[in-house]
Structures are given as C-alpha cells and as structure tokens.
Design a protein around this ligand. Structure first.
Ligand code: CA2
Length: 144
C-alpha cells in the first residue's frame, strides 16, 4: 500500500464557503476534501486532509508528511506571505511539495505578492478555485 498524499490547509480555510464567495467560491472545505478524495483515488492514492489555524500545528503536519506521506499539496493561506518557519519545514522534508491557492494572489493586494513558501516547493498553482487542488494533485503524482 503506497503512502498517502498529505493535503495541508492553513488559517481560515475552515471558513470556506461561508464568506467572500466572489474570491474563494461557494464550496466548503469539506466539499474540497471530497473533490480531492475523488481525484486522488483516480490517481491511485489515499489522502490525509488536514487544516489548522495554528502555525506550529501546520509545521507538525509538514514534518508528519515527511515521515509518513508520499508528498504534500499545501495551501498555506495567509502564512504564505509571512512564514519563514513553513519555508524551513518544507525545505527539511524529503518528499515533493506543491503550493496551491484558490485565488490568484498576484492579482490582489501587494502584500500577497510575496510567497515565502514558493522558494521551498517544486511549483505553485493558483487562481483556479477548487480545481487548484485537483491540478496540484495531478502535478504532485507526476513528481512522485
Ligand atoms: O487563494 C488562496 O487560496 C489563499 O491562500 C487564501 C488565503 C489568503 O490569505 C491567500 O493570500 C490566498 C485566505 C484564506 C481565508 O479563507 C477564507 C475563506 C472564506 C472566508 C474567509 C476566509
């Protein structure tokens, strides 16, 4: 049995589908999990789908994925633009990782243009709503 793909979600993504639908869409995080389950199954993988609002917990998830996972799809949410700790954690694991975003941060406020995570992952997919997760899984499975 192959190791699962870890899908890690950062702060406030638990609110998905309840606010700002024009930016983040109408699907809930649970809907996104279902979409990821289906795509991963088609690719021959199981997923471990996680969310936290706490930076240290997200670091623990990344380390756990390094030990027990085949790879990482991560939406670091606002920590994308602030977290050296997440950058370091992603660099410290030996599994491939893909950064994904629902929206296209480059088209939004200037503070969203900097990603500390981008320099530590294989690549970034953004701007496709829930499809960013699907595209991220596809890209990751090509790397594993
Ligand atoms: O577009 C993305 O996926 C983001 O990672 C989402 C983050 C944002 O800080 C990044 O710049 C881009 C914000 C996630 C907050 O999600 C909410 C969802 C519904 C209601 C409120 C917040």
């Amino acid at each position: 049995m192959s190791k699962p793909i870890f899908i890690i979600n950062g702060p406030n993504l638990n609110l998905l589908g309840t606010r700002e639908p024009e930016v983040y869409g109408t699907q809930t995080l649970d809907d996104v999990k279902g979409i990821c389950d289906k795509k991963a199954q088609a690719l021959g993988y199981k997923i471990t789908f996680l969310q936290s609002n706490i930076e240290g917990e997200l670091i623990d998830f990344i380390q756990q994925a390094g030990r027990d996972g085949a790879g990482i799809v991560i939406n670091p949410a606002a920590y994308t633009h602030t977290s050296v700790a997440m950058h370091d954690a992603l660099k410290a694991v030996d599994v491939p990782s893909i950064e994904i975003h629902l929206s296209q941060p480059a088209k939004r406020e200037s503070f969203r243009r900097r990603s500390y995570v981008a320099e530590a992952v294989h690549g970034t997919i953004s701007g496709f709503g829930a499809d960013s997760y699907v595209l991220g899984l596809q890209a990751l499975s090509n790397l594993i």
